[in-house]
Ligand binder design. Structure first.
Ligand code: ATP
Ligand code: MG
Length: 594
């Protein structure tokens, strides 16, 4: 298989540093050679006795320094309210929350679950709980009662922070099923009375609490965050993260997102999953920048307005959002001038070359793909601001990250590194980076199985080219074995995306008596296109021309939209289960209506 090259487009987007803001990482090889995690750690404060606490580094370091009056968060509510919170205020508010927990007897290591939309209290509670040495576990506010109870029980939640309306709708009826839950703190809402038995009014408690608090000097290996994976391939796992992850958050904020002091940063991910916590809360604060937080749901025109009006300079989003923006059309994208925007990055799914080029066409800059997982706790592979971008490639490993393509022997478990460029295998990372997960909660055996030969094995298939760039092939679970070929769904989906009618594509292997599996594609269309037999034939022909008969789909079906997780990932396992009439498995993270 060769790396995916978009037709009629050069394979590389060359970067030149032409004045303006110089990126944080200019000479990749030199930075990599001189980098060590110890020196990265030394850029942070640390605490007495060798302690390290994420919230101290994110909030206190700036609240007590020259950036104290800088806006930390600019919250945009769905009702149109705009609230700016400086680093100094954030310090006081998070101190109050930490005092609220302490007064309730919630301490170090106790689990605090968060269930709310992107309101200020979510951010305050997350950071305040970390100050208190408690463990934070965010949940998507759109989760139904069962997924909430499952996660709170798995994580032995002691506290739940939510709103009165979410409590009434989702938690009240399952409260008795969560025996570890001692306290429910309700965020005050104007329209809904918070006077509900068995809950406390967070607004009142905050008002009574002191605004001074001494951050707990947690140890670097103390548990800080419990993140549930997206559930794309099966039942979500609870990944355990420690305070030491802050070293990765800082280094990746600097190199992969190129955060600089004057930036206005917008991470569109919800804190209900790892990107929204690590890069929607922690990393921008570590760099003392201003973050925009929009409570609203995706809407193309609204998003462009935010980029323009808030003067966003660094924007971190996801392939699914970019595909939706593409679907809404280039004209809408070009309608707003975005003079402040200087860097766009994306994570979560493979970023089709077409999407990278779309960025170049409409914003005058490519979208910079980066790769990581809940388990890695931070960005591991990235297209850096100063480096040439090869659309379709995930980029190069972060300084300090050793990534390899390996083959694991099924029987012996032995791991062999594949050095030959262009040969696909499992993506593996040398263990030891600071934000590596420290366990799947209550799944010791499963955790152990992720490691072999000094590597963490990611479960993703990839390859490396002669320049060291990594190319995503597919999740090991999704790779299709057809007539002796190994076919990555990403390559097929990207080829389909190059057709003007296609908004999104999801590809699966369908069992076949002759070929083992055949490629089947599910396609949703852009506005203005209607499904028809003629279009189906045209797409089949288009794919065959791009990919060759062995790799091209044999079947194409049209869907209004593809099933995806709440974090925006196409659920190929569900496409497959539905196609084959098999049980649909864990659907707790499925976006509603999909
Ligand atoms: P689960 O593990 O529960 O099935 P998940 O793997 O989707 O869910 P996450 O940890 O949120 O949960 O996602 C990480 C996965 O997302 C990666 O293993 C990879 O398959 C995919 N991914 C993330 N970024 C990229 C990227 N830039 N290119 C390709 N795939 C990516
Ligand atoms: Mg995973």
């Amino acid at each position: 298989m060769t790396p995916h090259a978009a037709a009629a487009r050069p394979a590389v987007i060359r970067k030149a540093i032409t004045g303006g803001i110089a990126p944080n990482l200019i000479d990749y090889a030199a930075t990599r050679a001189s980098f060590s995690w110890e020196s990265a750690r030394a850029q942070l404060d640390g605490m007495r006795g060798g302690g390290l606490n994420i919230a101290h580094e994110a909030v206190e370091r700036h609240a007590q320094g020259v950036r104290r009056n800088q806006t930390a968060f600019r919250f945009l509510s769905v009702s149109g309210v705009r609230r700016e919170v400086s680093y100094a205020e954030l310090s006081q508010l998070t101190n109050r929350f930490a005092n609220v927990l302490r007064a309730l007897g919630v301490g170090r290591g106790d689990r605090v679950f968060l269930l709310c939309t992107r309101v200020p209290e979510l951010y305050i509670a997350a950071l305040g709980a970390l100050k208190n040495g408690s463990v934070v576990s965010p949940l998507f506010s759109a989760f139904g009662p069962e997924p909430i109870a499952t996660r709170v029980n798995l994580g032995e939640g002691a506290v739940l922070v939510t709103t009165a309306s979410l409590y009434r709708r989702k938690v009240e009826k399952i409260r008795a099923q969560m025996p570890t839950l001692k306290q429910v703190l309700l965020i005050t809402e104007e329209a809904v009375s918070a006077d509900i038995p068995g809950t406390l009014d967070l607004g009142e408690l905050m008002a009574q609490a002191s605004e001074t608090f001494e951050t707990v000097a947690t140890a670097p290996d103390d548990m800080a965050l419990l993140h549930f994976t997206s559930g794309t391939t099966g039942r979500p796992k609870g990944a355990v993260h420690v305070h030491n992850a802050v070293v990765t958050h800082h280094a990746t904020g600097r190199y992969a997102l190129d955060l600089q002091p004057e930036d206005v940063f917008w991470c569109t991910a919800d804190p209900g999953w790892v990107t929204g916590m690590s890069y929607g809360i922690i990393a921008p604060l570590l760099h003392g920048v201003t973050s925009v937080v929009d409570e609203g749901e995706f809407d193309a025109a609204h998003w462009y307005r935010i980029l323009a009006e808030e003067r966003v300079s660094v924007w971190y989003t996801a392939p699914t959002a970019i595909r939706m923006l593409m679907k809404a059309g280039a004209e809408l994208a070009r309608a707003q001038a975005l003079p402040s925007l200087r860097f766009i990055a994306s994570v979560g799914e493979p970023l089709n070359p077409e999407a990278v080029w779309w960025g170049q066409d409409v914003f005058g800059m490519p979208i910079h793909d980066n790769w990581w997982q809940t388990e890695t706790g931070g960005i591991m592979i990235s297209n850096f601001a100063a480096m040439d971008v090869k659309p379709g490639s995930m980029g190069l490993p972060l300084p300090g990250v050793e990534a390899s393509i390996v083959r694991r022997d099924e029987k012996s478990g032995a791991v062999t590194v594949i050095d030959t460029p262009g040969v696909q295998g499992e993506l593996a990372l040398k263990t030891g980076w600071p934000s590596m997960f420290r366990g799947y909660l209550h799944e010791e055996e499963r955790y152990r199985k992720c490691f072999a030969g000094g590597f963490y094995l990611t479960g993703d298939l990839a390859m490396r080219d002669a320049d060291g760039y990594f190319w995503f092939v597919g999740r090991a679970d999704d790779v299709i074995k057809s007539a002796g070929h190994l076919i990555g769904p990403f390559e097929v989906e990207s080829a389909l995306m190059e057709h003007p009618a296609v908004a999104e594509a999801g590809v699966i292997g369908k069992p076949d008596p002759v070929a083992g599996e055949v490629v089947k594609a599910f396609v949703s269309l852009k506005a203005g296109y209607v499904s028809s037999e003629a279009l189906r034939m045209e797409l089949l022909g288009h794919a065959r021309k791009k990919l060759g008969a062995a790799v091209a789909p044999k079947e194409i079906a049209f869907l209004a939209s593809l099933p995806r997780t709440r974090s925006g990932k196409i659920m190929r396992r569900l496409l497959k289960a539905r196609e084959l009439g098999l049980p649909e498995g864990d659907l707790s993270t499925l976006e509603s209506g999909a």
